[in-house]
Design a protein around this ligand. Sequence first.
Ligand code: TRP
Length: 450
Amino acid sequence: MASDNTSRGFTSNVGAILAAAGGAVGLGNIWRFPYMLGQNGGGAFLLVYILFVLLIGIPLMMTEFIIGRRSQRNVVGAYRSLSGGRKGWVLLGVFGILAAFLIYAFYSVVAGWTLNYIVMAFSGKLAGLEPAAVADTFSTFTQGSFWPLFYQLLFLVLTGLVITMGVQKGIEKVGKILMPILFLLLILMCVRSLTLSGSSEGMRFLFKPDFSKLTGQSVLSALGQSFFSLSIGMGAMVTYGSYIRKEDRLFKTSIWIALCDLLVAILAGVVIFPAVFAFGMNPASGPELVYVVLPNVFNNMPAGTLFAVIFFLLLGIAALTSTISLLEIIVAFAVEELHWKRSTASAVSTLLVFAVGAFCTLSFGPLKNVTLLNRTIFDLFDLITASYLMPIGALLMTIFLGWCFPKVEVKDELSNGGTLKCKAFELYYIILRYIAPAALVVIIISGIVG
Ligand code: TRP
């Protein structure tokens, strides 16, 4: 699509931050983070998580931005151009596209659920149900075929339409509109949750670390979660990095995005745990936490229907800005490398993702018994991407930029051609070369062994 603006990318730094924060903030923050924290003992998990975000997450996000902005290309084009066309590195880009495709396929299932829950909350279908009936509603819906597929496709089409509108009029604009709304709704939910009597126990669970509950496995989960949440390891931020203006500061931009992402995860915890504890529900119930436990919580609180609508709307908005970033990885590749029209690329990718993603949806119902290593198709996609593809992609990326690319060029990009002081550059470079790869090797190996 022809752009009426001089640049091909984002028009402002705020626009870039909101769009990329939209890509980062998603189901990972509001659905996955709370249930993982619930299963891993609370406060101690949060502390480890924060440490990983600051120490490894932010430097890796900067790394993706450097690769993207330096090359001005999609993830395949970026590795091709920066490596001088070496096949191995081009493959790393292809690997990123593949990973994005797989994540999008299972992510869109849960994204579709949010639409169903918005409709159900709005029409009052969840109100007044007994806990057993709430659980039943969830399993009946997810085990079905037509409706889960319908909502998944609806979500995919919605995302496809935004992407068709382009980087400035689609991605950036939607980020600028939806992210402030998301924060507003989230704060509203926090106030509701904190004013329930008995909410302090939930706050203690979230913020008071009990290190005896921390296992090696939960430390790894915290690291994996930080990657998933920050969208690191497969080229989403390379693609968005290629849209960041040359005069913007990559260091500052990454910190803002990571802090937004962290803040939303913590606020989601503040919404969920005080309420869960106030009504004596189980914080460790896993992936069903927001779909089964929360509706019960809403049923117990004054104006619960209203807050149920707000909550699922919030979840849907968070999911949409993330599916946009997932589809853009694929579409930017098809447009820049294969020279497809943006609308064609977006339509074809959407259909392909649906063709594969439908199996993920059906793996809750008709295909429940199709398993490998005791996991359903949905679980396999989640496991393969979050535990293997993302850390492996991130490891290879650090090797590329830290060991196979001139240090002066890395510094040049980060300091905007030497115009910024960049005091932390040496620290960043040490993390890039040694600390991040070492941490990544540990996760990858323990993922394989454990
Ligand atoms: N970070 C998003 C979330 O927390 C998920 C996501 C969007 C993602 N784009 C990604 C994860 C790219 C990995 C890579 O919900």
